[in-house]
Ligand binder design. Structure first.
Ligand SMILES: [Zn+2]
Length: 294
């Protein structure tokens, strides 16, 4: 790692290309299992990875009097692997929980690029107070998304939408979300929702149409597996009530059904392993499933 040059030296002294080295990409890919650090989709095979700076290295969107966090340009802890949709700013279709067609087809400008909103003061090289700076964007390596994001999976009617979490634990949708992160923050605060959750959803574009579709597919799969496990369980229960243990074929059938049940459970667990895309979503589902079983 390079050392931070003195204040007098301009940031041009840095070779910003260094972070693109293949070795850095390879390490990031290992650490994040080939998934985008923000949206958890597999980027490998779809598009080249962007090595993303959590704190932008060159300039900050909407902030003219700050040169960006140039001294963190090659700082390992500031680098994250990102898919191009999370990292590049562009219009994306963002469906909504509200079934209104106009809202369903609404296009929002999302993608992080140089966006890095903070609450209060911003760190500079002269006053390098990163520890006291309050970023409004979640850092996948330091923050627990569970405290800020809610997956809408309850009541058997949810979809793959991610909502900002309310203090009560559920999540609520912003009725008419803004594109400007500061306005999103104000909307979320007024509703008692996680401000960092709401801003991260908007800026990273976590409810881009393709993301929502893929998470909804995952949700359907998990629900189908749950249905199978419950149905097999009830057949096993019926057989045991019939007191047919004396019949070898019935005993064998119960053994087969029970092992089938645990194979399906293994499949559900695999969807929640860190290497699987959208595993945080599957983990949240399994947590609810266990609650239902109690
Ligand atoms: Zn992404």
């Amino acid at each position: 790692m390079s050392t931070v040059p003195s204040v007098g030296k301009k940031r041009e002294a840095f070779s910003f290309q260094v972070y693109k080295k293949d070795e850095v990409k390879r390490r990031l890919e290992e650490l994040f299992h080939g998934k985008c650090a923000y949206c958890e989709s597999y980027y490998a095979g779809q598009a080249p990875v962007d090595v993303e700076h959590y704190r932008p290295k060159g300039s900050i969107d909407g902030v003219d009097d700050h040169d960006g966090y140039w001294w963190l340009g090659m700082e390992w802890t500031n680098l994250l692997p990102s898919c191009i949709d999370c990292n590049r700013r562009r219009k994306q279709k963002t469906p909504s929980k509200v079934g209104d067609v106009a809202v369903l087809h609404k296009e929002m400008l999302t993608g992080k690029k140089d966006c890095f909103p903070v609450a209060g003061g911003r760190a500079t090289i002269e006053a390098s107070s990163l520890s006291t700076e309050q970023p409004l964007l979640l850092d996948p390596t330091r923050d627990n998304p569970d405290e800020h994001l809610h997956y809408w999976i309850e009541d058997g009617q949810g979809t793959g939408l991610i909502l900002p979490k309310a203090s009560a634990g559920q999540g609520w949708e912003l009725a008419d979300p803004e594109e400007d992160p500061d306005l999103v923050a104000a909307q979320a605060a007024a509703l008692g929702l996680s401000v960092r959750g709401a801003v991260s959803i908007q800026v990273y574009g976590l409810n881009r149409l393709r993301m929502v579709q893929e998470r909804t597919q995952l949700l359907h799969r998990l629900r189908f597996f749950e249905y199978l496990i419950i149905q097999i369980g009830s057949v096993v229960q019926d057989l045991s009530k019939a007191h047919l243990e004396g019949i070898g074929e019935v005993r064998d059938a119960v053994t087969s059904l029970t092992s089938l049940q645990s194979r399906i459970l293994d499949e559900m667990t695999a969807l929640a392993s860190p290497t699987a895309p959208f595993s945080a979503f599957a983990v949240a589902y399994l947590r609810e499933f266990k609650r239902r079983l109690l």
